[in-house]
Write a protein that binds this ligand. Structure first.
Ligand code: ADP
Ligand code: MG
Ligand code: MG
Length: 886
């Protein structure tokens, strides 16, 4: 019989070594802490397997689990000496969700479970604190009503506000036992009214209600959205943790807090965190009271008055610091910790590898390797390649004028400008229309995730450095300023005020997540610094990487940026952008409109010097490196006008009548341009076009070789090949042109002719095509479209549903469909190599910058990946990680 319940604490650790897959992250680490002897309140974990079974069996629990849970409770009772539901000395527990990775979409924790009208008396008696007992009970009802019963929490908050006002109290801490008792009565009335049944008094009903709610939340909309955004499979399931309560709200020697073993923003080696005296659970992150600093240094740096934990509770703090070091050594990573102090005694409630900014991730990885805690290879594996994105983008220009409105907490670094919006839905709709938005909220909650994702930055009026907004923003790499207290937000009127200034929805502001500044208008930015930890880690990565990394670029600016980021050549230089240039489009159109080869050649002759200088500039930047140039690919009608008023202009410039122009445009019209007269089909029908391009390439190459001495290595790439014969015809044109140029110039250079593999037929016939082609570059954008029969531009309407229903694990245009498209790639690579053992293989689709796809490229032994300039460092790191895993 499968075991579903695993106990921990009080010297027991049933789950030792079983890991997060089974126990969830929270459960595995509670067990881990218990197993190394740290003070963890006793409890048990119901495994993720139970979650899967719960859904498989129509959301019910087998009897065996009921028995196991009873044993789990007995374990907690044994360790604590209290018993569940006992009116004299009641055991209270928390019920906490915990998936493999921490997930904001999951059910919130219920604390103080086990209280009812009788046990509350017992709690008052044993704690000797009636006020505490009734405060705990009202918290429990409020949480249970909200997260388990799903009742409207606004009504409960309102009742609390009214109760405080009635008593003339400002703070929760001003409320007396009697005040709380009355509020409990009111809460119970609200439950009856909204739920139609009295608040459950049976503690076992309470427990099973909460357990069911945790499992139920796995399929909530919030959880699903989060999973989709973060590529978390739906079949992982969540675990449930039931744990004895410890109380941080038992007076002035009690406290609760959250901490990181290193600074999660900068990576600096210093304990970092916040705590609150006489508080419970989420009080610290909820932003109701302003938390106090953990260390004296942090307090002094912030110029804050309230004593730090180091000063207020020196002994407990010393114990905590000892635990921090033990945890870092045990987990060999920076930890994010939750703790509670009950009457001077420290209890550990959670630890996990801490979320961090990219900057911190880099620093921590490099530091830990240098401290000898991890190896250099491990350091390379520690940084999420995608997260580097945060570092590669510009920060605010320190010289620029700043119209500072206010200053909040620097919750997540990076700078962002955008128009102000006040709710997540608007953020999403505006962003879809291409607007840069800053989401401004009093505080954020898990319902805001989609808006935070759509926003360029997040600004909140409340909440500390560990608030929901701060943690989520850091995880997503969004700049965030939190706790900007002087901000008076009127979300209904869609505006906020700071002093006498008013900012309305749509107005542009800038936030600087590194300083906490909020500024009016857009502030200019500067390029990032790529030395330091970044340089060190990249060097380590390059040391283990096998795949070469090239870039997709065609403008000199992109080429230089990519070189700066470490690109080792160009994997895709598209030539059509060059044709669109205002100075050339007329000649391009004359070429298209010509009705004879002679006319086309005359127009092409005008384009030749332009193309030559384009290539020369690129070859100079990429001196000595391979440059893959793709010959003209799009259908010709893309270059003709679409608007009525343009026709007259174009006809005049091209020297033909408007009617003739329209006729030609109509002739060129295609029903399905993606599968139409494009790619090498253009070269086959109008060889003179490719001939001109080849001439421009070779003339430029010879020119640069003569001038600089470093000969570029052109790789001439023929697009959309399906058959060997097509490539053969095109190679003849290219080789003939090369020979002609070399003869004219009296100088030869090395070059290759190859093809893009972007049609299934080409992949299948790769063995034959390799008889002609000297290299293959997998054009996975089109290969995905043609293999799946899905148009990328039209997929938006159904792709999300496809991902939701598990048909695709991820958007196949972002991350390669490894099973399908990947099979074609590996087959083509194999067949190509059989014919030509030294055939060069690369990938130039969007996927060349996606870490999962790069891992696949490593596994099939491609020679290089090619990514857009800003993704080059991401690809370098991902390639290194793939090599390490191989
Ligand atoms: P989350 O995953 O949202 O952090 P947690 O389960 O960690 O949720 O709990 C929310 C809050 O309740 C945290 O502050 C946590 O420390 C506190 N908490 C959870 N269980 C207990 C417990 N047994 N005793 C005291 N506080 C607890
Ligand atoms: Mg939570
Ligand atoms: Mg927690």
């Amino acid at each position: 019989m499968t075991q579903y319940v695993y106990r921990f604490g009080g010297g027991v650790s049933d789950g030792r070594g079983l890991g997060k897959e089974l126990l969830g992250g929270k459960g595995a680490n509670l067990d881990g802490m218990a197993s190394i002897g740290l003070p963890v309140p006793p409890g048990f974990t119901i495994s993720t397997e139970m979650c899967t079974r719960y859904y498989a069996e129509g959301q019910t629990f087998p009897d065996s689990v009921k028995a196991e849970v009873a044993q789990g409770l007995a374990h907690i009772e044994g360790v604590t000496g209290k018993s569940f539901g006992n009116p004299a000395d009641p055991l209270l527990v928390s019920v906490r969700s915990g998936a493999r990775v921490s997930m904001p979409g999951m059910m919130d924790t219920v604390l103080n479970l086990g209280l009812n009208d009788e046990t509350v008396q017992g709690l008052a008696a044993t704690s000797g604190d009636e006020r505490f007992a009734w405060d705990s009970y009202r918290r429990f009802i409020q949480m249970y009503a909200d997260v388990v019963l799903g009742l409207d929490h606004g009504a409960f908050e309102e009742a609390l506000e009214i109760a405080k006002e009635d008593q003339g109290h400002f703070l929760d801490t001003d409320m007396s036992a009697e005040d709380w008792r009355k509020l409990v009565g009111e809460y119970k009335r609200l439950v009856q009214e909204q739920w139609g049944k009295p608040f459950p008094q049976d503690v076992h009903d309470q427990l099973w209600g909460a357990i069911g709610a945790v499992f139920g939340s796995w399929e909530s909309d919030r959880a699903k959205v989060y999973r989709r955004l973060n590529d978390i499979p739906g079949d992982w399931g969540t675990a449930v943790n039931v744990q004895a309560m410890v109380f941080g709200n038992m007076g002035e020697t009690s406290a609760t807090g959250v901490a990181f073993t290193r600074n999660p923003s900068t990576g600096e080696r210093a304990y970092y965190g916040e705590f609150l005296i006489n508080a419970q659970g989420e009080d610290v992150v909820a932003g109701i009271r302003t938390p106090q600093y953990l260390t004296r240094t942090a307090r002094e740096q912030a110029g804050a008055k309230p004593l730090s934990m180091e000063e207020a509770m020196p002994e407990t703090y010393a114990e905590l610091a000892r635990v921090f070091d033990l945890l870092e050594t045990h987990y060999r990573d920076m930890q994010d910790i939750e703790f509670t102090v009950e009457r001077g005694k420290l209890w550990m409630l959670q630890t996990r590898s801490g979320k961090r900014t990219a900057k911190a991730a880099l620093k921590i990885a490099v530091d830990m390797a240098e401290e000898g805690l991890i190896t250099k290879s491990e350091a390379v594996g520690r940084v999420d390649p995608q997260a580097l994105d945060q570092l590669l983008h510009p920060t605010l220009d320190p010289e620029a004028e700043r119209d500072v409105l206010t200053k909040g907490l620097p919750a997540s670094p990076g700078a962002a400008s955008g128009e102000v919006v006040f709710d997540a839905d608007t953020a999403e709709t505006r962003a879809q229309l291409g607007a840069a938005v800053i989401l401004v909220r009093i505080e954020t909650s898990p319902e805001d995730i989609h808006g935070m994702h759509a926003a360029k930055g997040i600004l909140t009026a409340r909440g500390g450095m560990t608030s929901h907004a701060a943690v989520v923003a850091r995880g997503m790499g969004r700049p965030c300023v939190s706790g900007a207290g002087t901000l008076a937000i009127d979300a209904k009127a869609k505006l906020f005020r700071i002093g006498d200034r008013t900012i309305k929805e749509g107005d542009v502001i800038t936030i600087d997540g590194a300083t906490g500044e909020v500024m009016a208008g857009a502030v200019p930015t500067v390029q990032p610094e790529l030395a330091g930890d970044f340089g060190t880690l990249m060097e380590w990565a390059d040391g283990v990487r096998r795949l070469k990394v090239r870039t997709n670029a065609e403008t000199p600016l992109d080429c230089r940026t990519a070189r700066g980021f470490g690109a080792e050549g160009i994997g895709l230089c598209r030539t059509e952008h060059m044709f669109f240039d205002a100075a050339r489009i007329t000649a391009v159109r004359q070429m298209i409109l010509a009705d004879s080869e002679k006319g086309r050649r005359a127009a092409l002759a005008k384009l030749l010097p332009e193309q030559r200088s384009d290539f020369a500039e690129i070859f100079e930047i990429m001196a000595g490196l391979p440059v893959t140039i793709r010959l003209l690919d799009p259908p010709l009608h893309e270059f003709l006008p679409h608007e009525e008023e343009e026709f007259a202009e174009v006809a005049e410039a091209a020297g033909i009548g408007v009617e003739a122009l329209k006729r030609r445009a109509a002739e060129l019209h295609e029903f399905n341009p993606m599968l139409g007269h494009r790619g090498c089909r253009l070269g086959v029908t109008y060889p003179e076009i490719y001939e001109m391009q080849a001439r421009a390439i070779f003339e430029a190459a010879v020119e640069v070789a003569e001038k600089s001495g470093a000969a570029p290595i052109p790789e001439v790439m023929v697009p959309l090949v399906a058959t060997k014969r097509e490539l053969e015809l095109m190679k003849e044109v290219i080789d003939r042109t090369a020979e002609a140029v070399f003869a004219e110039k009296g100088r030869r250079i090395e070059y290759l002719v190859g093809t893009m593999i972007e049609l299934p037929r080409a992949a299948l016939k790769a063995g034959e095509i390799a008889e002609v082609g000297q290299f293959f570059s997998f054009g996975t954008n089109d290969l995905t479209q043609t293999t799946l029969g899905v148009s990328r531009d039209d997929a938006g309407r159904f792709l999300t549903t496809y991902v939701d229903k598990g048909i695709f694990a991820r958007d196949p245009f972002v991350s390669l469909d490894i099973e399908g498209v990947g099979e074609l790639i590996s087959l083509a690579a194999e067949r190509g190599r059989q014919t030509r053992s030294d055939i060069k293989l690369g990938i130039c689709g969007e996927h060349g910058g996606d870490p999962a796809s790069i891992a696949f490229c490593e596994s099939v032994g491609l020679d290089y990946v090619s990514a857009s300039p800003y993704r080059v460092p991401i690809a370098r790191l991902a390639a290194a990680q793939a090599a390490l895993r191989a």
